[in-house]
Every structure is written in C-alpha cells, then in structure tokens.
Write a protein that binds this ligand. Structure first.
Ligand SMILES: NC(=O)c1ccc[n+]([C@@H]2O[C@H](COP(=O)([O-])OP(=O)(O)OC[C@H]3O[C@@H](n4cnc5c(N)ncnc54)[C@H](OP(=O)(O)O)[C@@H]3O)[C@@H](O)[C@H]2O)c1
Length: 380
C-alpha cells in the first residue's frame, strides 16, 4: 500500500507507538510521521524513538527511515502541546491525519490520567479541529482501550455495546479513556474517525523481546504461584502487539475503513486460564493448580499491599496485581470480528508464544536495556 501523507502521531516513544511507527513505515512507501516527543532536543528525541524502535530495526534501518520520521518536541500537558511556533506551523500546514496513541496507563493516579488523557487529548483534538476547519484532515485515529467497557462479568462485548454510561469504571484510566472517545466524537462530528480498542497487549508472536513489562510481570507472577486463585475456565483476552500495530497502521492508512471502532483483541478465540497454563506446562515443568476459592483473600491482600506506603518487592507486585486483577478475573472478551475481517488475519493465540515470553522476560529480570544510538553517526 502506498499513501503519501503526513501523520501527526503521539506516543511514538511508547510500546505500542514504536510498533505502529515501524508498521507505518513497512506498509507505506512514503508516509511521513511527525512524532510528538517529550525531549529537549531533536538528538534526544531521536535517541528516545530509537530506544523503542530497536525492538524492530537495526540502527541502519532506523537511520534509513529517519527522513520519514520527524520529531516534534512537545508535551501533552503543555498549552498547545508545548510546540514551538515553527513546529505548530509545520503540524498545521502539513498534517493530513492524526494518530493519537499517547496516554497515561497509570491506573492508580487520577491526576496523571486527568492531565495526560483528558487535558492532553483535548489539546490534540484542538489541532484536529484546526486541521478539519482548514479542510485538511483526512482522518483522526485514536488508540483507546477495552477498559472503556467498565465493570463486566462473563461477557462477549461488541464495539457498539462497550460504552455504557450507566456502568462504573474499574479505575481512572478506564474512566478517562472513555471520556476521551466521547470528546473526539463530540468535537469532531464532521471528521472521519477511527477508534482502536486493544485488549491486554502482551508480547510479540515473532520474538520474545519486549519493552513493556507490567502485564508480563503479572503473567509470570501468576504462572509461578503454587495455587492460582483464578477460575480455570475464565477467558483471558490477550493479544499480540505485532497484530495490534499491523491493524492500527493498516486501518489508519486505508481510505475507507468499514467501521469507526475496532476491538483489537483475541475475541472469542481468547484462551482460558487453563489453556494458557497447559501451554506453559512444558516451560515451567509442572501442571498448574487452580484454587478459585482463594480469590477473595488474594484480592484483599494485593489491595492492602497496593495501599501500603512502603516500597518493596511485595508492595510493588501487590500494586501491579491489584490494578490488573479486574481485567484478569472478569471473564470478558471483546469481539474482534470487524478487525479480523478487515485486516485479513487473526491475532496469534497467546499459547504459541507465551513460553518464550516468560523465559526471556524472567531471564532479563523484566528490563529492556536499549542500545544507545551511536554518537558518530548521530551527528551525521
Ligand atoms: N499496552 C496495553 O496493553 C494497552 C492496552 C489497551 C490500550 N492501550 C493503549 O495504547 C496506547 C499506548 O499504550 P502503551 O502500552 O504503548 O503505553 P506506554 O508504553 O506507556 O506509552 C505511552 C506513550 O505516551 C506518551 N506520553 C505519556 N505522557 C505524555 C505527555 N505528557 N506528553 C507526551 N507524550 C506522553 C509516552 O511518552 P514518554 O515516552 O515521553 O513517556 C509514550 O510515548 C495508550 O493509549 C493505551 O491506552 C494499551
């Protein structure tokens, strides 16, 4: 596919954003990305983008693509995104579309979610509005989340059923992301919009490396428990990052996607806890044992650890488990038939790559050490 267009993109230094930039470059010969990046200089912005993009490219490939990736220094929290006059003009004069990926995923901080997700998205939408008023905006794409669906229990949720204003939300993240979708619909009624709602994005079906460890750490933690406090037949909607990014780039670039909202999820093919643990049996050398009756005390303990002001491994893991538990134990999946039909391929079952991800992440102690950009070439 060839689409000559300039995309104003946020979140390119993040896990999904890095994947999406790599996919945009792969799927188009001449798309140009203006990447909103928190950095003090263009060199620093290049280094920050390289930290994510080295998951996908070697340095020569990164440099080959750099003419098509222009950092725009700014911050979602700053007025007008904190862009310089020149960059503001560049964004408004050259952007054909916007792909807003950046967000705070800090489920514990209402303040971070308010500032980054609500105030930040409003600022991005003001750029979209200005471009649309100038009849320049082909599409506004927005990376949302299935967490907008709020409290659920044993459901298969379709795109049109997900937002229900009478439901409570699990956390400030879900609540603010839900309102971000609403703002975009209200403020850009006349603009072509695409909303992407990924489920739990974890790992890559092609290789074990990752830069995103929160859910991976929770997955390894549960796998290592002698008794797993979950119901074995509950489904886990986990989806591979490579498929998610492929879908976002493709649906952003095509002229007429069939729908305005897509769940990027495992959907009805999501595996149960038992199926995931069976796939892990050869890696961990034993069969999992489930003890769902322990769930209430397990939840109470992780919530108490999350509230503790102490900082140690137990409170760290407790916090992690506490924020993710609702999304692990809700036995809810998100219908992905729209995305699968339109992208032409389904996500890879987690069972095919979970063992490699577990082994690599534990060996790396849940860290990714990026290789710095070489200085000599950086100056060239
Ligand atoms: N990961 C998942 O499982 C998952 C699931 C569903 C939906 N999503 C959605 O996918 C999107 C990306 O998530 P992710 O996992 O890639 O998160 P991530 O790795 O934490 O990346 C977040 C991105 O947002 C940027 N950002 C945060 N605050 C900013 C600010 N004040 N100004 C400018 N940029 C800012 C970050 O920039 P810095 O590098 O400067 O911090 C980073 O590029 C989010 O919209 C999220 O809601 C993710």
């Amino acid at each position: 596919m060839t689409t000559a267009e300039t995309i104003f993109l946020t979140g390119g230094t993040g896990f999904i954003g890095g994947y999406v930039i790599a996919e945009l470059m792969a799927q188009s010969d001449d798309a140009h990305v203006l990447a909103l990046t928190r950095a003090r200089s263009t060199d620093e912005a290049h280094s920050r983008l390289w930290s994510q993009l080295q998951l996908h490219w070697d340095e020569a490939t990164f440099r080959r693509h750099l003419p098509r990736i222009t950092p725009v220094l700014g911050d979602l929290h700053a007025p007008d995104l904190g862009l310089s006059k020149t960059d503001r003009k560049r964004v408004l004069d050259t952007s054909d579309s916007i792909l807003h990926i950046a967000a705070s995923l800090n489920r514990k901080s209402a303040k971070a979610c308010l500032n980054t997700n609500l105030r930040g998205t409003l600022s991005v939408l003001k750029y979209a509005r200005a471009l649309a008023d100038d009849e320049r905006l082909r599409r506004y794409s927005h990376v949302s989340t299935v967490a907008v669906a709020g409290h659920r229990d044993k459901e298969i949720v379709t795109e049109d059923q997900a937002i229900d204003w009478d439901r409570s939300d699990y956390d400030p993240y879900g609540r603010t992301k839900k309102f971000c979708e609403h703002m975009a619909r209200e403020l850009l009624p006349d603009v072509q919009k695409t909303f992407f709602r990924p489920s739990i994005v974890m790992g890559d079906s092609r290789f074990a490396r990752t830069t995103q460890f929160d859910m991976v750490r929770a997955f390894c933690f549960f796998t290592d428990l002698p008794l797993i406090p979950l119901r074995p037949d509950d489904r886990l909607d986990i989806v591979n990052a490579d498929w998610v990014a492929h879908a976002i780039a493709r649906l952003h670039l095509i002229a007429e996607p069939r729908h305005d909202t897509y769940h990027l999820s495992a959907g009805t093919s999501a595996l149960t806890c038992r199926e995931v643990s069976q796939a892990m049996a050869s890696t961990v050398g034993r069969k999992a044992r489930f003890a769902p009756w322990l769930y209430p005390s397990f939840k109470a303990t992780s919530d108490a650890l999350a509230r503790s002001s102490k900082k140690n491994v137990a409170t760290f893991v407790g916090s992690l488990v506490s924020v993710f538990l609702p999304y692990i134990a809700w036995d809810t999946v998100f219908d992905n038939s729209r995305a699968v039909a339109e992208v032409g391929r389904a996500p890879t079952p987690f069972s095919e790559y979970c063992g490699a991800l577990y082994t690599w992440a534990k060996a790396q102690r849940f860290t990714f050490e990026p290789v710095p950009l070489s200085r000599v070439e950086a100056a060239a």
